[in-house]
Design a protein around this ligand. Structure first.
Ligand code: G6P
Ligand code: MG
Length: 217
């Protein structure tokens, strides 16, 4: 099957925001006396805000009401929004903008496929918005990765079949989601996913769009 579309995760793939999600959860966990470290954080990557907090509670053997969970998520988001309010194009990951430009110049359609409800503001502040034919973010999906909903909607908006798309991801949940949706995957930047994706790049400076197509197509 010919590859005609690229679907990109945002946090940790195009922009260096995965660290801010971690720092915001860490701040909340510390304030609440919950155990949480950088290893636990791997389980949260790519996962929706609510599901992320449920995982932290599970790791601590704790339960909370819906309302309390909501309240904690709102607090975490306050910390996160504070971090990203100062984000600039400097925090676009190395080679990402050039890779998007290259792909689009070769006629490959591009979509964002992110679980984040903050994706809009990040795309705007970094100037990445014009690089996408379609933007699917946390405001448009209800099922968290590893459910493939976010990527299937991306393919649909690009008017492509899932098997015509490659997903770029830094999270286990995202790689599994893409495979669940019948798409090829490229792991980016995070060695934890290296064994599970169809191809792996440490950064976008490593490979051009046509090479990726050749490798996974
Ligand atoms: C991305 C990140 C996750 C985050 C999720 C929701 O997938 O990798 O760490 O929990 O988006 O983000 P939000 O900005 O809506 O809380
Ligand atoms: Mg990510």
């Amino acid at each position: 099957m010919m590859i005609k579309g690229f679907i990109f995760d945002l946090d940790g793939v195009l922009v260096d925001t995965a660290k801010y999600h971690y720092l915001a959860w860490k701040k909340l966990a510390d304030e609440m006396g919950l155990h949480f470290n950088i290893r636990d954080n791997e389980l949260l990557k790519g996962v929706s805000r609510e599901r992320s907090f449920e995982i932290i509670l599970e790791l601590n053997g704790k339960e909370m009401s819906r309302e309390e969970i909501q309240e904690c998520c709102t607090r975490k988001n306050g910390f996160y929004v504070d971090f990203i309010s100062r984000i600039t194009p400097e925090e676009i990951l190395p080679g990402a903008r050039e890779f998007l430009t290259d792909a689009r110049s070769k006629g490959i359609r591009t979509a964002l496929g992110s679980a984040s409800k903050n994706a809009g503001i990040i795309l705007e502040r970094t100037g990445l918005l014009p690089f996408f034919d379609a933007v699917i973010d946390g405001t448009k999906v209800s099922l968290a990765k590893p459910n493939p909903e976010v990527f299937l909607k991306g393919a649909e908006e690009l008017k492509l079949l899932p098997e015509e798309c490659v997903v770029f991801e830094d999270s286990m949940a995202g790689i599994v989601a893409a495979h669940n949706g019948g798409m090829k995957t490229v792991g980016v930047g995070n060695r934890e996913v290296e064994g599970c994706c169809d191809a792996f790049i440490a950064s976008f400076t490593e490979m051009t769009a046509p090479v990726i197509v050749k490798k996974v197509g």
